[in-house]
Design a protein around this ligand. Structure first.
Ligand SMILES: [Zn+2]
Length: 86
C-alpha cells in the first residue's frame, strides 16, 4: 500500500509538472486505471490514471489516485512513477 508521503508526492509532482529522476514518466495519453476493473468498477467507469507502477498484486499497471493508495507499492525506480504530460 502506498504511503501518505507517496500520495503527497504524486500531488506535488502533478501540480509542479517537473521531472524528478526516477519518479516521473512522461506520456501523451495516460489512459484509464488498470486496477479499477479489478476492484469491481465497470471498465467504462474506470478513473483516469495518474501513476504507472507495481501493484500489490505483483503486476505493473496504471492507477488512479484511489487505486494507487490501495494497491500501489509506492514511488521510485522499480516501484512507480507519476504520469506527467509530455
Ligand atoms: Zn483505479
Amino acid at each position: 500500500m502506498a504511503t501518505t508521503a507517496d500520495i503527497t508526492q504524486v500531488d506535488e509532482l502533478r501540480t509542479g509538472g517537473v521531472e524528478v529522476r526516477g519518479l516521473a514518466f512522461f506520456d501523451t495519453d495516460f489512459g484509464k486505471c488498470d486496477v479499477c476493473p479489478a476492484r469491481g468498477v465497470r471498465p467504462e467507469a474506470a478513473m483516469d490514471a495518474v501513476v504507472e507502477g507495481k501493484t500489490v498484486f505483483g503486476v505493473w499497471g496504471r492507477m488512479c489516485p484511489g487505486c494507487f493508495r490501495e494497491a500501489g507499492v509506492g514511488l521510485g525506480v522499480g516501484r512507480g512513477q507519476v504520469l506527467l504530460r509530455s
